[in-house]
Ligand binder design. Structure first.
Ligand SMILES: C[C@H](O)[C@H](O)[C@H]1CNC2=NC(N)=NC(=O)C2=N1
Length: 103
């Protein structure tokens, strides 16, 4: 998977495939907040997402407070968004959907 920075057209196209994710004005990162049933579900999500991130060699910036996980995805090596960010976002959505996601 390429670590080549995407142009605005490619970003807009891909964004349509990851409902619930937002990009910042400079199109440097994808962000989403996940809210789970409780801390256990939130941490379980992070543990599973961490394994996928390691496999992809692509790692999230994230913050957990109780049952909420705030995620920011960007490709540091490219200084912006690449297909890897969208791949990890899609994987996180899939993992979250199979846990106690509340929002
Ligand atoms: C050497 C290693 O492949 C790189 O440093 C990887 C690791 N994980 C990464 N994660 C993210 N989010 N962006 C990167 O550019 C990145 N680079």
């Amino acid at each position: 998977m390429t670590r080549q920075k995407m142009d605005s057209t490619a970003v807009a196209e891909k964004l349509a495939s990851v409902a619930g994710w937002e990009i910042d004005a400079g199109e440097t990162a994808l962000s989403r907040q996940f809210v789970f049933k409780d801390f256990s579900e939130a941490f379980g999500f992070m543990a599973r997402a961490a394994l996928v991130a390691e496999k992809l060699d692509h790692h999230p910036e994230w913050k957990n407070v109780y049952r909420t996980v705030d995620v920011r995805l960007t490709t540091h090596d490219a200084g912006g968004l690449t297909p890897l960010d969208f791949e990890l976002a899609t994987a996180m959505d899939r993992i979250a959907a199979s846990t106690g996601l509340q929002g």
